[in-house]
Design a protein. Structure first.
Length: 252
């Protein structure tokens, strides 16, 4: 049975896709059968793993009930890692999903049919708390929240945790917060140090020890269609994501 992680934060630009792609790659490199589901209409996770955003079929067909996730999954350059690609058309799901029966559980139902084929599944969520993110949270066992170490880091986190609590109570009682990941951290600045201290003080049991630094290799890796752990395995970003994957595994 697969352990399902949703990578979610309704704030954009905090490193959700980068975290989803590199965590999935690290887990696959460790020998685990891994699936990454791209739920963002921007298709960034899809492109970051060298898959065209024009690839068909996509996760859209799975949410509509036309296909199973397994039928839409395509292999990547990483052995053991498959991705269910996204499409810009997925933006329409925000309007269409609420009209469908069982709209909040469609992804969970689709994952149930393939769970035994993968050890880990990662769900890359869009930067919103709309129907696509709700579907991911209803389907997930754990949610990981990337938090950028900049001024607005704490802005909205309380609201996100309230939303998670509502989903736990009403739709998915097994959902737990797997942890918060500090991203884009520049340890040379006073601001980053202050934000890290604040986040750790507010959520002492949730923040991972591993911090993802600002690193040019992380930013350029998607243009090569590779996770940073393959693009430059010895750079600071790759080392950090490898350490994070081990820490996540240790937490269970």
């Amino acid at each position: 049975m697969s352990t399902i992680y949703a990578i979610a934060n309704h704030k954009g630009g905090v490193g959700k896709t980068t975290t989803a792609v590199n965590m999935a790659a690290c887990v696959a490199d460790a020998g685990h059968r891994t699936l990454l589901v791209d739920l963002d209409p921007q298709c960034n996770a899809t492109v970051a793993l060298g898959v065209s955003k024009h690839t068909r079929p996509t996760v859209y067909s799975c949410l509509s009930g036309e296909l199973t996730l397994d039928a839409a999954a395509v292999p990547t350059a990483i052995d053991g890692l498959a991705i269910v690609p996204s499409t810009p058309d997925l933006a329409g799901a925000n309007v269409e999903l609420p009209r469908l029966p069982g709209s909040e559980t469609r992804l969970r139902d689709a994952l149930g049919a393939v769970a035994e084929q993968y050890d880990y599944t990662f769900l890359d969520c869009p930067p919103s708390l709309g129907p696509l993110t709700v579907n991911a949270l209803v389907a997930a066992d754990r949610v990981m929240v990337p938090v950028q170490t900049e001024y607005f880091a704490l802005e909205g986190l309380a609201g996100l945790l309230d939303t998670l609590g509502l989903i736990q109570r009403e739709l998915n009682p097994r959902l737990v917060v797997g942890g918060m990941i500090l991203t884009m951290h520049d340890g040379r600045t006073r601001l980053a140090q202050d934000v890290e201290r604040e986040v750790r003080e507010h959520f002492p049991d949730l923040v991972f020890d591993t911090v993802i630094p600002r690193n040019v290799r992380i930013g350029e890796a998607p243009s090569f269609g590779l996770p940073v752990t393959r693009h430059d395995p010895v750079c600071a970003g790759a080392i950090a994501y490898t350490a994070l994957a081990k820490e996540v595994a240790a937490r269970g």
